[in-house]
Write a protein that binds this ligand. Structure first.
Ligand code: S3P
Length: 179
């Protein structure tokens, strides 16, 4: 499939806490691409934090923001896109990303994710009484989407730098197929 696709960008998908933003920034630096984080774009457009959108308007409103931003991404070139963890859990969003990006999923198991995000209060979906159970449930629902990425990178035993190197390597390989 990859050889018939336009690959202008790199999209990093994966669960909260898998390092999409830190890896994405590093990759963008090395490739001389622009870095874009969909959560940041939504916050700037909405004039509210993600938590405020969830609290005041509900999750459905946030997902609608994600849908609109995803459509706009089709016009981007030379951009490393870090998506919110739930953005690719939509057939339409995932298909749209694949029209212009190499889609790379950063993977980690629930326990490792919990270690990485605990203590951070910025993620409204994990504010309930049993965040680890919530991570397990959400991950089970999202796994079939994450597995549709072009490339899956296990982040568990790798540093941000090592994950970034893997992502860059995969991007160069995909580019070579297109030449
Ligand atoms: C979400 C992940 C968050 C953010 C929002 C919802 C999710 O982004 O979009 O809190 O549904 O998994 P990160 O994956 O960057 O934390």
């Amino acid at each position: 499939m990859l050889d018939t696709r336009a690959i202008h960008n790199l999209a990093l998908i994966g669960f909260m806490g898998t390092g999409k933003s830190s890896v994405g920034r590093l990759v963008a630096d090395v490739l001389h691409f622009t870095f874009l984080d969909t959560d940041n774009v939504i916050e700037a457009r909405a004039g509210k934090t993600i938590s405020e959108i969830f609290e005041q308007q509900g999750e459905a409103a946030f997902r609608e923001w994600e849908r609109r931003i995803t459509e706009e991404l089709t016009r981007r070139k030379k951009t490393v896109i870090a998506t919110g963890g739930g953005l690719p859990a939509s057939d339409a969003n995932l298909a749209s990303l694949k029209t212009h990006s190499l889609v790379v999923c950063l993977w980690a198991g629930p326990e490792r994710i919990w270690e990485r995000v605990r203590g951070l209060t910025l993620r409204p979906l994990l504010n309930g009484p049993d965040p680890l159970a919530k991570i397990r449930d959400l991950l089970a629902v999202r796994e079939p989407y994450y597995r549709q990425a072009d490339v899956l990178v296990n982040t568990e035993l790798r540093s941000v730098r090592q994950v970034a190197q893997q992502v860059i390597h995969q991007y160069h390989m995909a580019q070579a197929v297109h030449r």
